[in-house]
Design a protein around this ligand. Structure first.
Ligand code: ADP
Ligand code: ADP
Length: 224
């Protein structure tokens, strides 16, 4: 069964904007799924609802079988979110930034796990460095490490390479693929066709709140 199941999801903000219109989507375990669409299409709204940060107007989201409304603890623990903005303390070292993130989920301390996550992201040598001393690319890696510290099933990346140079973008892509190969399901949003093409197994195209196309990448590239 799918690791994420979305049915009849819609969102109307108080302003009246219909940001999502009856979205249905299943995400399979172990895939990289790219949600592709222009600015304002509804990508962040969709991710925010699926991650439990925003309430839907209608519809159901099951995260690894857990419904946000009745079983939010389980749903939350299955999800790791890498938001667009940096949400770290400038003076906190990498190690405690990442291990504190695990504790927020009520997971028992597990230094071996934190080490594994830091090594997977090539951050081990930086573990004692405070955040403000890191390069932009390293800061982004810490954001990913934070999201992985509690061992989620699904990793969400909101516009992971927006405003990032070509070299760092390729670096991010390689890292995301490695994480998938280690068993994490990945969902990312992007407005770069190139990024969807390069990274994803499947692509969903969203426009004006509607999921207008969901295709295996190979099929999609024939249509665009
Ligand atoms: P994307 O991430 O694809 O750029 P968003 O989900 O951010 O799209 O936005 C979808 C639509 O919803 C846009 O028209 C945007 O202006 C609107 N919107 C987003 N957040 C809010 C909010 N908090 N209140 C009102 N409207 C919003
Ligand atoms: P609070 O302490 O206010 O209850 P939370 O512990 O729920 O806040 O969340 C702390 C931060 O982590 C928030 O900025 C929120 O956006 C983010 N967050 C909440 N749930 C998740 C999640 N499942 N994965 C990643 N980040 C999350």
């Amino acid at each position: 069964d799918p690791v994420l199941s979305i049915r009849g999801l819609s969102k109307r903000y108080d302003s009246g904007t219909e940001a999502l219109k009856t979205v249905d989507l299943d995400i399979e375990r172990g895939e990289i799924f790219a949600l592709l669409g222009p600015n304002g299409a509804g990508k962040t709204t969709l991710i925010s609802i699926v991650c439990g940060l925003v309430n839907a107007s209608t519809g159901t989201v099951l995260v690894d079988g857990a419904d946000w409304r009745s079983d939010y603890r389980r749903a939350r623990s299955r999800i790791g979110l890498v938001p667009q903005e940096l949400t770290t303390d400038a003076f906190e070292p990498v190690w405690s930034t990442v291990s504190f993130s695990r504790e927020l989920f009520g997971k028992p301390r597990n230094p071996a796990k934190i080490e594994e996550v830091l090594r997977a992201l090539s951050l081990w040598d930086k573990r004692k460095t405070i955040m403000k001393e890191l390069s932009g690319g390293m800061k982004r890696r810490v954001m990913i490490a934070k999201a992985l510290a509690h061992e989620p099933e699904i990793l969400f990346l909101d516009e992971p390479t927006a405003g990032v140079d070509v070299e760092l973008r390729r670096d991010m892509w390689a890292m995301v693929r490695r994480l998938r190969d280690q068993g994490t399901t990945i969902i990312l949003t992007t407005h770069y066709i190139e990024e969807a093409e390069e990274m994803a197994d499947r692509v969903g195209v969203i426009n004006k709140g509607e999921l207008i196309l969901v295709e295996e990448k190979r099929e999609l590239m024939k249509k665009l």
